[in-house]
Design a protein around this ligand. Sequence first.
Ligand code: OVM
Length: 413
Amino acid sequence: MNVQVDAPLLEEHVAIAPPEGMAVWDIDPYSDDVLAEPAAYYAELRARGPFVYIPRYALLACGRYPETKEVFSDWQRFVSSRGVGLTDFKLAKPWRPPSIILEVDPPDHAKTRSVMVRVMSPRALTDLRQAFQAAADALVDALLAKGTFDAVPDLAEAYPTSVFPQAVGLTEIDTRRLVDYGAMVFNALGPDNALRRRSMAKGPDVVPWIMEQCRRERLAPGGFGAMIYAAADAGEITEAEAGMLVRSLLSAGVDTTVTGIGNAIWCLAGHPGEFQRLRENPRLALPAFEETLRITSPVHSFCRTANQATAVNGVAIPQDAKILCVLGAANLDPDQWPDADRFDIARRPAGHLAFGVGIHNCVGQNVARAEASALLTAIANKVGAIEFAGAPVWRPGNAIHALDSLPVTFRAP
Ligand code: OVM
């Protein structure tokens, strides 16, 4: 594979002039400060209007729930095939061959999507659940014995990387490269900033390794990877397409779940009353995870591109506009969520946008839920209290809102 490490120039992102009458907001949504602590940016984005024009990137952005949902839901007007980051694939070369499920529109999307839906269907996950629970129980026991630890490396990274690569069927597991590839893929969605450059610099080491693990010969029988290659055997997709879909698993399946789990521990450590509720009723593990996703939006934004002039809620959207859909802002929209900033593990926030919405909604969400619910169930059953043991530190990311460090103590009951 041809590894292109140079990021496209900023000018190549520029597609449109400021639309008449639209609020102009001179902000860099990709500055470290905004990315680390986005709450004020989310609120101001919603307050300024249904859409704002951001001159620095010639970009539209939305963060109110109805408009964000509409843009995300309508694949005909707001395409993914021009990329879901700042780079318009019509104007600049993508850094890697585009994903054949994420960065594609119907009708091509249907074929690859249906394979992935089957591979990660609830039925396909039944056998995995016991393995997920056993790994979660063992890890939580070990962390309880430790007492105080950094929940980012020792829990949030340790858990998914202990179960997901096996579920895929990887035979060589290199946690660091898996985590670094996830960071590359998500930071690549932003502008050519320091974050993107630092991640991209790891490409020559990480990308060839990832591509090698996607080969049929590398994948153990019974895993998601082998099931994808079985679809190639059945003639549904080509052998090369199967490799690309395994790449999608490795792109989207690690950083996201690591972040969701870390953010869940942060929420529970910060809300001891909610954690006690979870202990009293461990069946709230999954609802607590959903509420974590709403409150913290591990994937904070994704773009779409308007392939035609259109209007959303009466606002004119020019053809070729890149639209930054700020899922994190929509998930905290007070017009959508009563007491929006309150972390309530029993809220059951149906309709949150953390997994997206529409035909591209997260195809791995059942896997993410299975991992998180196993882990939160183990914690609910075994841990008496979660306390901060130092200040949490957020890690800026061009598309992911994750912790960099989360020192905590697990107390025995
Ligand atoms: C992919 C993929 C899918 C979802 C998210 C993602 C940007 C990548 O198919 O490679 O991260």
